[in-house]
Design a protein around this ligand. Sequence first.
Ligand code: NAD
Length: 482
Amino acid sequence: MVSRVIPVDPFDLVIFGGTGDLARRKILPALFRRFRDGQMPEDARIIGAARKDQDADAYRQSVREAFAEFLRPSEQGDPAMEAFLDHLDYLPIDAMGDGGWSELKGKMRDDVPQAFYFSVAPSLFGALAERLHTHGIAREDARIVVEKPFGRDLGSAQALNATLAAHFDETQIYRIDHYLGKETVQNLMAVRFGNVLFEPLWNAQYVDHVQITVAEEVGVGGRGAYYDKSGAMRDMVQNHLMQLLCLTAMEPPNRFEPDAVRDEKLKVIRALDPVAPADIVRGQYNGAKGASYLEDAEASDSRTESYIAIKLHIANWRWHGTPFYLRTGKRLKARASEIVVHFKETPHSIFDEDAGRRANVLSIRLQPDEGIDLRVTIKEPGPGGMRLVDVPLDMTFAEALGPDAENVPDAYERLIMDVIRGNQTLFMRGDEVEAAWAWTDPIIAGWRDRNDKPVTYEAGSSGPEEALMLMHRDGRRWREIA
Ligand code: NAD
């Protein structure tokens, strides 16, 4: 399968925090790949900006080193790399200071789209936004890109939105949730809205329940003290799992356009019922295989969760009575993210009792091995009566794409090109983020008020026993994490 590359217009992209981890690991490799595949035009310019006092040559050398570390083995030594590095420039700029801004203004062109990636701590967003304006650099059509975490509660998210809104219109702000840039997540929308097969069944009448899992093998070691101020609810559920939930549950937007899609997502968040304490399980991993959460977090009395499972309901006609089970955690048995839609069992079996009752399952895998698989029932081949088996109708990209499978684009490739194209569809709107915090805040406040303590789970397991019970008591069970 040959992928079609449509080049974007020339652009000026400034990466504040251009020497940081995110720039080295994700943003610059993504830009390189788009350049290599012919999507970035010759007169595109990328300007790294950070506090470090160095010239453009030294910056290019540091990016060369980042590529040696973060590009795939098959990409190393690609002759396109040096040509890409020619597009890079650098300016030492302190977000809080006044040096370097006039030089930046001198480098920006008037006749190409301009984008500013704020790959710095959110505490610097205000200083950057203000200086881009006081120094007359950002035009009215400039775009800014901001990363998670977007606040730690409703109040701080509102404050952050207000800081940005003082200088930029909502149409200029691109809030990244990189889960939305994943091929499979977009494919979820293609499957839902590009086929007539699924949408009539996509409701409480035919869907028994939905499971959304984001499981990680790694613990929080290395950034434990930082993570301990956040926890799984703030770090994963409020943003990534919430976005996956929205795309799964939303009504069909009338167009695949920014506000049409984001309006529908917002309606889902606003329709979420409050969650009863009995429908939430919080956990911390023990030290069975290495350091425990408490050791990693360097806080022996921490009540922050490294795992959370939640059963929730969406109060609308489509989903009345269909629970959504969400879970995410660190130090689990495998790294696996998926959305699983469990359809109801066939209402009546015309076959013998031993044929069993059958239910279709649609699973959308985000990682590893992005792909979609639908389990359908067929007759087991051969003589011996009507024995039924479930087989996968596999839409794994690895098979559909053949040798190109390794090149499934990273989420950042898609998202950065969308910024350049000026398409906000896969970015979060300010009111969505606030609505998600408005749902999250009372849950977290309840834990604080009740002095809620997470349970312990075995490192390397599927999570706490209590989370298994959350399903079992409803006569359901989680899919194996694999
Ligand atoms: P980092 O600490 O590695 O890099 C921070 C960058 O900001 C550096 O380039 C540094 O020079 C620059 N910087 C710091 N203070 C500055 C100042 N006063 N003026 C100008 N530049 C300054 O951080 P990171 O991991 O690259 O993260 C950047 C942002 O992206 C953060 O908001 C983070 O939460 C978010 N984020 C990072 C990741 C990731 O994988 N690293 C993932 C999601 C979100």
